[in-house]
Structures are given as C-alpha cells and as structure tokens.
Design a protein around this ligand. Structure first.
Ligand SMILES: Cc1ncc(C[n+]2csc(CCOP(=O)(O)OP(=O)(O)O)c2C)c(N)n1
Length: 365
C-alpha cells in the first residue's frame, strides 16, 4: 500500500483568551494601534446595534433579528479587509460584514422590520440581499465569482455560512464548482457551535469544518474566530488570493453563539449554563480590548467616549428607521411581475381599495 494523497488543516491563533500573544510572530498589523482601535470600536458598535435591534423586536417594533453576540470578530474581521469592489453575499448573521462594506444600520433594520427596501443598499450596490434559506448564498457567490472571472476583473467574493449550513448540498456544490473553476470566492464558516438547538457534536463526523474544502480541492484553514488578529490576517490572505485569480479558500472561524439563535428562540432551553459561561471567557471583544490595553492603546476614558459615540450612531439609525414612510401594501404586486397577470390585477385593485379606505394600513416600523 502507498499513500496517494495527504492533507493537513492549519489552525491560526495569535491571542489567548486573556488577550496575551501566544506567539512572537504576530502579523505586521498587530502593531498598528489605529487600525486595532478601529476594529475594536466596530466590534463594539455591532454589539450595541445588536442589543438595540433585540430591544426593538421585544417592544414590537421589528419582525425578528439574529444577533452576532460573541461572533463579532468574524464579520468585522473579514469585512474590514474588503475593498469597495469586492462583493458580499451575506446570510442572515452577516450584519458585521455588511456594515463594514458600507451597508447602513438603518437598511439592516428596515430589512428585519419586513421592509424590502432595506435590501436596496445605497452603498455596496452589488452586495446581495440577505439569504435566509440555508446555504443558497454559497451558490450565489460562485455565480457572481464566475461572472467576475469571465469579465477578467480583480474582485473577491465573500460569503458566510453557519457550521450547520455546511451539511447542505448547496454548500458542497458551491465548493466543488469554486474548486474546479478556480473561482475568487472566500467561504467563511461561522462555527458558532450551534445550529439553533443542534450542537456541532452531532452536526458532522469531521474533526473540523475546514477540511470540507479538501474534497473540493481547495484550501481550508481553521482560525480562532474570536481572535481578531488571526481572523483579519487569514481573511486578508484569502481575499487577496481571490482577487489575484489564485482561487478559493474556506475559512472555518471557531466561535460561540453567546445569544439566542434569533429573537424567536430561547437558547436557555437547550444549552447548559456552564457551556455559555465558558463561551463568555473566550469572547472576542474583551480579548481585543485587553490586547489594546497591553499596547497602551486603550483606557477607560476611550471606552467611555466610544460608548457615547456608538450609542449616538445606533440611535440615529433607529430614528431614520422609524421615520421611514411605510411601504405601500400594493408594492407586493407592483414589484413581483414585469407585467401583472390579469387575475392578479383584480386582487391588486381590491387591495388598493382597502388601502384607500384605511390610509394607515401597511407594515410596521
Ligand atoms: C433551507 C432551509 N432549511 C431550514 C431553515 C431553518 N433554519 C433557519 S436557521 C437554521 C440553523 C442554521 O444554523 P447554522 O447554519 O449553524 O447557522 P447559525 O444560525 O448558527 O449562524 C435553520 C435550520 C432555513 N432557513 N432554510
């Protein structure tokens, strides 16, 4: 017998749970205090935004919301390494990546408030709307990357998926075509350990999600997704590779979902308290703060000023969301077909008459 192929999965981590470097060979940007301060502030902004979105839902001012609590380094990590020309193909937990790429917090609120105009991004015009059907975004990403390759453009496509989503066929099909066509896609697996109430331990028999890349002939790397230094460095590497036509990468970002799956879930019903407490010890925000403090690049005063600034930005986004005039109920007919079928025309007229008699009808903000 002889070995015909051999594979290894690399694991990247620079900071331990208390923010101390575990290696002397840190990436060059680990000394860039301004960049690290910005990354820290942006993670805190996402956390503040999530808390506000939750409160809006709880007070009946929004439909549903999936938070990123505990996973902030993932979206901010890859999002901050994007250029405006890159394309984000998000799933419902990609808030961090979208905001980093120029999507406004107001647009995100509108989307989750049930207003489709939230998907009509003013900036990042070519980023895709949020995908809720699991794993479909992976194939959309390969489609976009195929177009980019066909046109000979130097742009990266990044898509994100939960570890549970990697059990879907769409995911494997996307990896396969990305490998065979050498597409400029970066697949980020947010391994937050839970797919609603399904733990990772019964999701796969694989040791890592990164190794799912191997069968497609593409590079797979596992990173500590709570370590901003590792997350950002690997994302930058994979995005550059994609832009330069050197092919796709799968990044498994190991993290933990410190929140419920969405506002419609109560995770305390299926997760042991001790496990969540353990998750809090490894969380990414405090970890980066401790590292910043060790560089003398952050103190309590900075924290206070940042909280005020982030709070103001979130409040302004909420005010704009609430001030947005409601969509006309007839929009659901007007934007569904190029030409409305005869049968549906009557329905539209009936609805228009109801709306005329009830001028306050429509979606809620
Ligand atoms: C095709 C499809 N099947 C089922 C669902 C219902 N669903 C919504 S989220 C979810 C779990 C996803 O978990 P994971 O992929 O790990 O991502 P996470 O939400 O943890 O980020 C499921 C099954 C769906 N949205 N789409």
């Amino acid at each position: 017998m002889s070995t015909v192929a051999k594979f290894e999965i690399e694991y990247r981590q620079y900071l331990d749970e208390s923010g101390k470097p575990i290696s002397k060979n840190l990436p060059a940007f680990a000394k860039d205090k301004e960049l690290l301060r910005k990354l820290y502030k942006d993670m805190c902004l996402l956390r503040a935004f999530d808390a506000k979105a939750y409160a809006l839902q709880r007070t009946g001012n929004m439909g549903t919301y999936p938070a990123s609590l505990g996973q902030e380094a993932i979206g901010i990590g890859y999002g901050s390494a994007l250029t405006p020309d890159d394309v984000v193909i998000p799933y419902y937990r990609s808030t961090g990546g979208l905001i980093q790429h120029g999507v406004s917090m107001t647009e995100i609120l509108l989307y989750w408030g049930g207003d489709e105009r939230g998907s009509d991004f003013k900036n990042a015009r070519q980023d895709f709307p949020i995908a809720v059907p699991i794993a479909t975004q992976c194939l959309h990403a390969t489609g976009v990357a195929t177009a980019i390759k066909y046109r000979g453009e130097k742009r990266a496509v990044v898509t994100e998926i939960g570890e549970g989503g990697t059990s879907k066929g769409d995911f494997y099909e996307a990896l396969n075509v990305a490998g065979i066509w050498n597409l400029g896609v970066v697949f980020i697996v947010n391994n937050n350990q839970w797919a609603i109430s399904v733990p990772s331990s019964i999701q796969t028999a694989c040791q890592t999600y990164a190794q799912k890349a191997i069968a497609a002939g593409i590079e797979g790397i596992r990173v500590d997704g709570n370590d901003m230094l590792a997350m950002r460095e690997v994302a930058e590497y994979a995005l550059n590779k994609a832009r330069e036509g050197r092919g796709p990468t799968l990044i498994e970002a190991v993290s933990y979902r410190l929140c419920d799956h969405t506002t419609a879930d109560d995770a305390s019903r299926y997760r042991p308290k001790e496990e969540v407490e353990c998750g809090w010890k490894a969380e990414p925000v405090l970890r980066l703060r401790k590292y910043l403090e060790s560089l003398k690049a952050w103190n309590d005063k900075d924290e206070e000023a940042m909280n005020a600034e982030n709070g103001t930005a979130v409040e302004a986004a909420v005010a704009a969301y609430r001030a947005q005039a409601k969509a006309a109920p007839t929009d659901m007919f007007d934007y569904l077909y190029a030409t409305l079928p005869e049968k549906t025309k009557a329905q539209r007229e009936e609805l228009a008459a109801i709306v005329a008699a009830n001028p306050n009808a429509g979606g809620h903000h």
